[in-house]
Each structure stands twice: as structure tokens, then as C-alpha cells.
Design a binder for this molecule. Structure first.
Ligand SMILES: Cc1ncc(COP(=O)(O)O)c(C=O)c1O
Length: 442
């Protein structure tokens, strides 16, 4: 018999990135998902304004992906991934590198964004060492950056609550660029802020301090996502690329959110026309259906590993489930659907409408900033005095209970990540609901 869920027996599941005690008092439970909607446990049809967790750009339970997974799991559930291979993993790597900006010819598979980040950092460190440049060990992240939750990721990441518990154990030799958010200079920017490109020059200060010969890599999200959507200022990424090249530093774009259509192109590197040396992905690689990530590397980086005796392992790294057959089947089906349905172009065509809709909040008395790029957007609320985050969480809950809408809040920043194939009327309705909520809360 199915056990009835109640707050008393919900304690066993220690929920990730959730206020467990608050949630369990009045849990927001989802029973199923289809297309652009969830069905809640109490039977309501709820619009998903966040595309899963930035994951499900072409909608939930896409029939072609579901079918591919169904078939694969009955045909080959698992193949030992070290020393054996299966053709889907090779085919997916081919398709993925074809979709990537020119020059990315190799893919290393992982199971999540966090693993992709730590894998990319290790590739960067090992690359320099393989080339006899072993003094390049320093990693540079950015304040407010989010690179997952593993030790490498939180070390280069720049979000204090994710770091402070572990501050004595973060990896050595990490420094941070300043973040690019500035309410005085760039609030209510539409797309890339005009102000802030000069902040990339801060890399020069870090080079002056540490010397370029000690720096292995710079890692940034092309658009900072989880911290509350900070689009890159005009010319910022170009300047970072220029400085990294000048100083022999690898540039890593963490595209766990921005890849696969979120900014109206296959990758943000393509949209902004700035080519990094390594790209991390996850989420949209399988439309969120099966956990999977990948690190994309240029041929130059890959070849620098392919040295030494042929019988020896070139890179001592990998996960049991790297290139898992069911995940690769989901990935192949997803990339095919992106192509067949023109998903990235669909997203591109929705951008202006989304920007118009979200910037209707520019003059709302509770709002201190509105930001957008591609199909990523944020409305930043003024915090309640003495209770930062309370207003944002209340807005999220009211959307769920009273408006049948899922949005995400990071403290007082409401975040939006519509489907790549969202219907214009649904985007309009979503923001009508948000306005109703903001008009109601104090
Ligand atoms: C830029 C970025 N990197 C890494 C991650 C971590 O991904 P995961 O939660 O799959 O480990 C995320 C998750 O949102 C992300 O946005």
C-alpha cells in the first residue's frame, strides 16, 4: 500500500538547497509533469516558469526522449565504462562537438554540472603539467559565480553561503575576479549592460599579484545564473579572452545553464562570439531527463594529453557512469529534437517578447532591478527590513499556491527561465500572475 506522505514522515529525505523545516510544514509536492506543466499532488495544473531547474527547455516528458530512454534501458542498461565502450557514447560525443563552436572536438562525459566543473578544472591543471608548465596551478573564479557544489566548484565559486562552512578546506591557490553587478550604474539594463566591461581588466591586477606563470585557468559563467542572472557587460567576455590569451591562461566557460538554447544559440560562446578553451555543460544535454554532463575541449588540449606510452591511461579521471548508455540515449534524442524542432531559433524569436514582458516591472515600487538576456531573466525585489530573502520566498510560495505557477527565488531575486518553445500567451500570463502576487505581498 502506498504510504501517505505527511510532515511527520518526510524527515528521511534531506532536501537539497531547500529550507527543509519550512518546506515540510506545507510541502509543495509534484505528482507528474507533461509539456509545460506540472500536476501537483493536490491535482492542480501548474505552469513551469523555470523549465525544470534550467534543464527542460523543450518541455517535460518529450515523447521522443522518453521513447529513446525506454528502448535503451531494455536493450543495454549499463556497459562498463572504463576499458569498454558502446557506440552511443561515441555518437553523442560526435553530435555534441558538431553542435559546439568550431574547434571543440572532444567531449568528456560526467553526470552533473558540478562534476563537469571539477573535471574541467582538473583538465586545465593537468594540461599545463603535461606541457611542462607545472607551476601554473592557480585557478581564478569570480565573485557571485556558481560552479556547483563539489570542492573545486565551491572554491572557484563566489557565493558566500556555499563556501563559509568549508572555508578552511577550500582548495588552495584560488583567487576571484569581482562580479559585474552594479545597481547604480546598470540597474534595469535590457540585455548586456553598457557599464562594466572594464571589470575584466581586474585580471591584470591578479596577474600582477601572482604572476601569469602561476595561473592555470579562469572560470566564469558567460551569464552568471544562480546568483540571480547577471548578463556580461558589453565587451567584458572579449576582454577576458584577450587577457587570458596574452598570459597563456586557459579560459573556461561554465555553460551548465547557458548551453542548448538558453541564450538563443547552441552555446553562449557562439552567441557572444567569444571562444573559450574548455566548456562545461549538463542540464539541457538530456533536457534534464537523465542526469548527464560533459566537458568540451579543443583538439589542442586533448592532444597535449595524448602523449607517452600508448598502453598507459592519459588522464586519471572518470566516473562509473561517464557515458552511461541510458543517459547517452537521452542525450542523442535531445540533440536530435533540438535540430528537428529548431529549438534554439525558437528561443531566439521569443527573446524580445520575454524582455518586454519582464521589463514591465521596471517601475514597480517593490522592484530594484530587472535583468534579462536570452530566455533568462530576474526581477530583484527590495528586501524586507531585517528579513532578507523573506519577500522572495513568499513570492515563490504565493505563485505556487495561488497562481499555479512555479518560479524560483534566490533570496529576493525572482528568476525566470521559460521554455525554449514557450507560448507567448503563457509568458504574458506568467508575468500577470507575478504582478498579482507582488501587488498582494508587503
Ligand atoms: C553554472 C553552473 N555550474 C554548475 C552547476 C552545478 O550543476 P549540478 O547541480 O548539476 O551539479 C550549476 C547548477 O545550476 C550551474 O548553474
Amino acid at each position: 500500500m502506498k504510504k501517505q506522505l505527511s510532515p511527520q514522515n518526510m524527515d528521511a529525505f534531506w532536501m537539497p538547497f531547500t529550507a527543509n523545516r519550512d518546506f515540510k510544514q506545507n510541502p509543495r509536492l509534484i505528482a507528474s509533469a507533461q509539456g509545460h506543466h506540472y500536476i501537483s499532488n493536490d491535482g492542480r495544473k501548474i505552469y513551469d516558469g523555470f523549465s525544470g531547474l534550467w534543464t527542460s527547455g523543450i518541455g517535460h516528458c518529450h515523447p521522443k526522449i522518453v521513447e529513446a530512454v525506454r528502448q535503451q534501458v531494455g536493450e543495454m542498461d549499463l556497459c562498463m565504462g572504463f576499458q569498454l565502450g558502446h557506440s552511443h557514447a561515441f555518437t553523442l560525443a560526435d553530435k555534441l562537438t558538431d553542435m559546439a563552436p568550431q574547434g571543440f572536438e572532444h567531449a568528456f562525459f560526467t553526470n552533473s554540472g558540478s562534476e563537469s566543473v571539477d573535471t574541467a578544472l582538473k583538465i586545465a591543471l593537468a594540461y599545463h603539467r603535461a606541457r611542462g608548465d607545472a607551476s601554473r596551478t592557480r585557478l581564478i573564479g569570480r565573485q557571485r559565480g556558481y560552479h556547483g557544489v563539489n570542492f573545486g566548484g565551491i572554491s572557484v565559486g563566489g557565493i558566500a553561503p556555499n563556501r563559509k562552512m568549508f572555508s578552511a578546506n577550500l582548495i588552495n591557490g584560488v583567487d576571484h575576479l569581482p562580479h559585474t553587478h552594479n545597481l547604480e550604474q546598470a540597474a534595469f539594463s535590457r540585455g548586456q549592460p553598457q557599464w562594466g566591461g572594464h571589470l575584466a581588466d581586474e585580471l591584470e591586477s591578479l596577474v600582477a599579484l601572482h604572476d601569469a606563470s602561476t595561473i592555470a585557468a579562469v572560470i566564469v559563467e558567460p551569464v552568471a545564473g544562480s546568483t540571480g542572472i547577471l548578463p556580461p557587460p558589453v565587451s567584458y567576455l572579449e576582454r577576458l579572452r584577450e587577457l587570458c590569451t596574452q598570459h597563456g591562461i586557459l579560459l573556461i566557460f561554465d555553460e551548465v545553464i547557458t548551453a542548448f538554447g538558453r541564450v538563443g544559440a547552441s552555446f553562449a560562446a557562439e552567441r557572444f562570439d567569444v571562444k573559450p578553451d574548455l566548456i562545461t555543460t549538463a542540464k539541457g544535454l538530456t533536457n534534464g531527463v537523465i542526469p548527464m554532463g560533459a566537458v568540451l575541449a579543443t583538439d589542442h588540449i586533448y592532444q597535449s594529453f595524448m602523449q607517452g606510452p600508448e598502453q598507459s591511461i592519459e588522464f586519471f579521471h572518470g566516473y562509473t557512469y561517464s557515458g552511461h548508455p541510458v543517459a547517452t540515449a537521452a542525450g542523442l534524442a535531445t540533440l536530435e529534437v533540438y535540430e528537428q524542432e529548431g529549438s534554439f531559433q525558437q528561443a531566439r524569436e521569443l527573446e524580445d517578447l520575454f524582455a518586454d514582458a519582464i521589463h514591465q516591472f521596471d517601475d514597480h515600487p517593490m522592484v530594484i532591478d530587472v535583468r534579462n538576456i536570452g530566455l533568462m531573466g530576474a526581477i530583484e525585489l527590495a528586501p524586507r527590513e531585517g528579513a532578507p530573502g523573506a519577500r522572495g520566498l513568499e513570492a515563490h510560495k504565493q505563485c505556487f499556491w495561488n497562481e499555479n505557477l512555479v518560479i524560483r527565488n534566490a533570496m529576493d531575486i525572482l528568476q525566470f527561465s521559460p521554455f525554449l518553445n514557450a507560448k507567448p500567451d503563457d509568458i504574458a500570463q506568467m508575468f500577470d500572475s507575478v504582478r498579482a502576487v507582488l501587488d498582494r505581498i508587503d
